[in-house]
Write a protein that binds this ligand. Sequence first.
Ligand SMILES: [Fe+2]
Length: 165
Amino acid sequence: MLIADETIQSIYLLISECFKMNRKLDRQVSVLGVNFAMNNTADLCHLGIAHYFPSLSDRIAEECLERYNIAVEYGETPSGAESYESPLEIIDSMYESVVDFQTMFMGVIDIAYKNKDIQVFTDLLDLLKDYNNIVEQVILIKDKIHAYDDMQSFDAHIKEHFWIL
Ligand SMILES: [Fe+2]
């Protein structure tokens, strides 16, 4: 075995989490656009953040498993029908999700390192480095949305003033 089973299992879980994140964020941007008429924020978060996760999962699969002849096993994806009372609640929840995902990602990297799967470790580090941009963006959005009193003004300004991806 080229890669320790513990590392492989943890990567399977990370890949599954990518799809959970995609489902959760797709629901959030759908509510943002439809219920709160924040179409700019919804579009940007949809394409730049929600869709980041399935593409990340493909990269993890290709670079960390399939390249070593290991086929991916996918977990279940939950339904996505959460309710949100306000745009602030959505962005706060998005923030918690992307930070929790970052913590899980680091945990998987730690497992790869402890198992001396250094070939996988280096590619995961690269992918984490890119993912850190998502966390930075969501922190900025969260700080900004809490600073704005007017949500429509926030939505009108996001593209030019605080979209950094
Ligand atoms: Fe989507």
